[in-house]
Design a binder for this molecule. Structure first.
Ligand SMILES: [Zn+2]
Length: 326
């Protein structure tokens, strides 16, 4: 049996999955980014993780390895300048090719969600769509005229770093007012802290713990229990996101926009204010019914499935995504 390894590098977790040609996830490991402060430790963990996945099954042949990461340079195969990651320059493609001697592919992490949606998900029959990831950071994988939009260096779709508020919240990229500082998991927490610190809140379960220790999960849980302030935090977040998606539509004219990543799991708390704001801000030349949908692939695994799709492409559709192939 031929299998592919899909590696999804995020700001908190590195997921390593073993996937067959039908897109079934056979096994998955998780590596914590915070436990890999140096390149050497990370490479050792990756090696152990892939070995542990492949040694568990008999009669398998490794067809290739696909990797998605912030800061992926598709030309050099190096992960560099990723603001959420602790490594400066990570020659990951070279390392894995030397170790496993199989075709190895690298692309931007948000692209994985778009590729996965196109190959295995609800965008199978779409030529123009965008997947916006709302996790530790914010990104976009963009299909335009049936092809994944990459740009010269594979860095197209850095949607989290469009400035939506002049002189707004400081961002790790060094600028101010980036979308990511408002609509990522940490952006949601910043909004919560601002509202709770403003003194206008009379009563909220979010006040039960120190404001500094608040997490996005707690805001989600409070919203689920009907907490008025938590719902207001999502309303503010959705308003910003809807405006940004209306702008995104002006650039790419998609037939659908998918939201993926941890924050998208908030469901209607996020989607309702986002869709409302999107429609209010959409240029009138576009149809008012462009759907904003939850990513259709099981969210926890969308990244590794997309990474494996890089390997499974048999028609050469993703060939231009390679950073290196032996
Ligand atoms: Zn930024």
């Amino acid at each position: 049996m031929k299998v592919a390894i899909g590696i999804d590098i995020g700001g908190t977790n590195i997921k390593v999955g073993l996937i067959n040609r039908a897109g079934q996830l056979l096994q998955e490991n998780n590596i914590l980014v915070k436990e890999c402060p140096s390149q050497n430790i990370l490479f050792k963990e990756l090696k152990n993780s892939i070995h542990s996945l492949t040694y568990q099954l008999e009669n398998i042949e490794l067809a290739g390895i696909g990797i998605g990461s912030p800061g992926a340079n598709v030309t050099t195969g190096v992960i560099e300048n990723a603001s959420n990651l602790p490594w400066d320059k990570l020659p990951i493609v070279e390392f894995l090719i030397n170790l496993f001697n199989v075709p190895t592919y690298l692309t931007n992490d948000a692209n994985l969600f778009a590729i996965g949606e196109k190959v295995f998900g609800d965008a199978r029959h779409m030529n123009d769509f965008v997947v916006v990831t709302l996790g530790t950071g914010v990104g976009a994988g963009i299909y335009c005229n049936g092809s994944l939009l990459q740009g010269r260096d594979g860095l197209a779709g850095e949607f989290g770093h469009v400035i939506i508020q002049k002189d707004g919240r400081p961002c790790q990229c060094g600028r101010k007012g980036c979308l990511e500082r408002y609509t990522s998991a940490s952006g949601l927490v910043l909004t919560a802290q601002e509202i709770l610190n403003s003194g206008v809140v009379k009563s909220s379960t979010l006040q039960d713990q120190p404001i500094k220790e608040l997490t996005s999960m707690q805001v989600m849980e409070a919203a689920a229990s009907g907490d008025f302030m938590a719902l207001e935090i999502f309303r503010v977040t959705g308003k910003v996101l809807g405006e940004a998606l209306a702008d995104l539509t002006a650039y790419f004219n998609p037939e659908a926009i998918f939201l993926a990543g941890g924050l998208a799991k908030a469901g209607s708390f996020l989607f309702e204010p986002t869709i409302k704001s999107f429609k209010e801000n959409l240029l009138s030349i576009y149809p008012n019914d462009i759907p904003i949908l939850q990513g259709s692939i099981q969210d926890n695994h969308a990244g590794v499935l997309g990474a494996a799709a890089l390997v499974w492409d048999s028609e050469g559709h993703f060939k231009k995504i390679h950073s290196s192939v032996i």
